[in-house]
Design a protein around this ligand. Structure first.
Ligand code: BGC
Length: 438
């Protein structure tokens, strides 16, 4: 077998080696599969005015019909890890009725990945519910946890032999804030009390799933993909902004990460009778995108910040700040389960990759995985098809996939185990971030 002998200076400045962090790409079922499953988001997208470009998840990346092609493309990118989601509504189209064909489809996909030497990291819940579950109130229903347990048990029975790494729940805080405080995602409510109840239910669902998965497979690695942000006062000396940043951070992430990681439900949560404090994670999953500048208790973007197509601040060192916080509180392996940016022109994504991976390499933290969001362009929830996060560009009309420069750079990093000075010149040099004018 051919072994590459790296030259001592291969990773000389401005390059760097990434010896302990394996690269992967991430997706979510609803955002790439396409099709007409009866889900919350299919129903929501059918309502006028809900989605920026009026698109629906029915098209997306048509991944359901292109699994073989996409697995081959993952191989071309040279990634050894792939985060994918299961669409609950496909597997359980009616309460308690499971669809053998849908399980067979995912089995074939998982087998194909494994045959290609790609390790799957499988998400059980990523923002979407079966329509029937939404109808009864989703995670606010008093039987929600037993309903979720039933789904998890069926997944373990049918797919458990093919999966060793699981994410139970994706971003309970974003799900709760967008759907139950801002009301811009389904179910469109504006009720902070419900938001707290939903996060509490999801945290408990995670702990129950964590136990169920370990009963089925003691060697499994199980975690949550938590959306973590940096919170900063917009005006550093302003006491109200400082207070707002601290309160926002606690309510948005500190409390829920604690509940999910160690089963300690502090206010605004209530300790569930069934949960004893313990350790309910095998890795800390972090989805990191941006920083919130808190002004008058509102979430804003810092003045003159570098920003992406959606106006989100680009702040690479923030990834290490949140990872360090998590690691101090909950030691263990860290997986960056999502990190990426909306950049339709692919003008700064290579620089974004460089800066974030470099921050990881220099952090000294046990960050074992980095999953870039997203593998291909996808259906971006309320943004529809308009926000482009892919390492691979997607023409939604023709379904043509084209690897972007950033995708080639990512493949190059995966192949070499770091960024060489030469790769920097080729992919990164001369690129800059857009700046917010204000
Ligand atoms: C979500 C993804 C989403 C991404 C970019 C994360 O909050 O988990 O589903 O596409 O952010 O918006």
């Amino acid at each position: 077998m051919f072994h590459r002998t790296p030259h001592a200076d291969e990773f000389a400045e401005p390059g760097f080696a990434l010896p302990t962090c394996a690269l992967g790409v991430a997706t979510a079922a609803t955002q790439i599969e396409g099709g007409h499953a009866d889900t919350t988001w299919h129903r929501w997208a059918a309502e006028p005015g809900r989605i920026a470009d009026h698109s629906t998840p029915a098209r997306a990346a048509d991944h359901w019909n292109r699994v073989a092609q996409d697995t081959a493309l993952l191989g071309e990118l040279g990634v050894k890890h792939y985060r994918m989601g299961l669409e609950w509504a496909r597997l359980e189209p009616r309460p308690g009725e499971f669809d053998a064909a849908a399980f067979a489809h995912y089995r074939a996909e998982l087998q194909g990945l494994r045959a290609a030497g790609i390790e799957p990291l499988v998400t059980l819940h990523h923002f979407n519910n079966p329509g029937w579950f939404e109808e009864i109130g989703g995670f606010t229903h008093h039987h929600a946890l037993t309903v979720f347990d039933r789904y998890v048990a069926a997944v373990l029975e049918n797919l458990g032999d093919l999966v060793d790494e699981w994410i139970t729940i994706n971003e309970p805080n974003i799900y709760a804030v967008k759907g139950f405080i801002e009301g811009v995602w389904p179910p469109g409510h504006r009720s902070p009390g419900q938001a707290v109840a939903v996060m509490q239910a999801m945290a408990t669902a995670h702990i129950r799933s964590y136990r169920a998965i370990h009963r089925a497979n003691p060697n499994a690695r199980v975690g949550v993909a938590n959306h973590l942000r940096v919170f900063a006062p917009a005006v550093s000396w302003n006491p109200l902004d400082r207070l707002g940043a601290r309160a926002g951070e606690y309510l948005f992430q500190t409390a829920v990460v604690r509940a999910m990681s160690v089963g300690r439900f502090l206010a605004p949560f209530v300790q569930p009778d069934e949960v004893d404090p313990g350790r309910y994670y095998d890795f800390q999953g972090i989805n990191y995108y941006s920083r919130s500048a808190i002004r008058n208790f509102a979430d804003t973007t810092a003045r003159k910040a570098s920003v992406n197509d959606l106006g989100w601040e680009i702040r690479p060192q923030g990834l290490v700040e949140v990872a360090r916080w998590v690691h101090t509180a909950y030691p263990g392996p860290i997986y960056v389960t999502e990190n990426g940016t909306a950049d339709a022109a692919d003008s700064f994504r290579p620089l974004f990759l460089y800066d974030h991976l470099r921050a990881i390499a220099e952090s000294g933290l046990p960050i074992e995985r980095y999953y870039h969001w997203c593998f291909t362009d996808n259906w971006e929830w309320a943004e529809g098809e308009s926000a482009r996060f892919g390492l691979v560009a997607l023409d939604f009309e023709s379904q043509q996939r084209t690897v972007r420069d950033s995708g080639r750079f990512f493949a190059d990093i995966a192949a070499r185990g770091g960024v060489t000075a030469e790769s920097f010149q080729r992919f990164v040099a001369g690129r800059t971030y857009p700046r917010q004018r204000r």
